[in-house]
Unconditional design. Sequence first.
Length: 216
Amino acid sequence: MSLKLYFAPGACSFVPHCMLQRAGADFEPIMVKLHKGEQHEGDYRAINPRGQVPVLVDDGQVIAQILAIVLHLDQKFPEAHFLPTSPMARAKAIETLAWMNNTVHPTFTHIFMPQKFSDQADVQANLKAFNTQTYKALLSELESLVHASTPSAWLSGAQLGPLDAYALTLTRWGSMAGIDPSSYALLWAHVQRVSADKAVREVIERERLQLNLFKS
């Protein structure tokens, strides 16, 4: 198979996973079990020395980093209309995608894996508490993007695309951090709309994901 996607269930690799499924692509999904440390094993490090997911292998060429993968898939499957084609609308969509990846995503990492940033238990606890509050504000900002979009459209236009899949992922992560997604009514409704898409539902089932992990 010329296309392979290395993904971890529930990780940001969910975004290209959904794109490939929606495009009807002939691809091989390969699960990397992060909790078992498979990203650090020799075979995977030979593909991606950074030990991260996602990784897309297209005809033997390795592409890492989600922004690069999204842009590649957008060009590879133009009929899917993942991103807008007009210059300004496309730039704004990529701007939002970059913000999700370089701001919202790392904030969650400070909550979920504070040990990456300090080996001191008290510092880890402070990192988790501080960034949980920051993450709540970022979800509010994400909800404002949903509010600004046309009700019948998606975050980057007329077609469900990577921004919508990333919004689902980030909202789900919030529920893992003890943030009730239903407190963001518009965002949560959007996430449920995304999850109802046939291709997205197939990815959710393949990755065996529970959409809301919040426990009061």
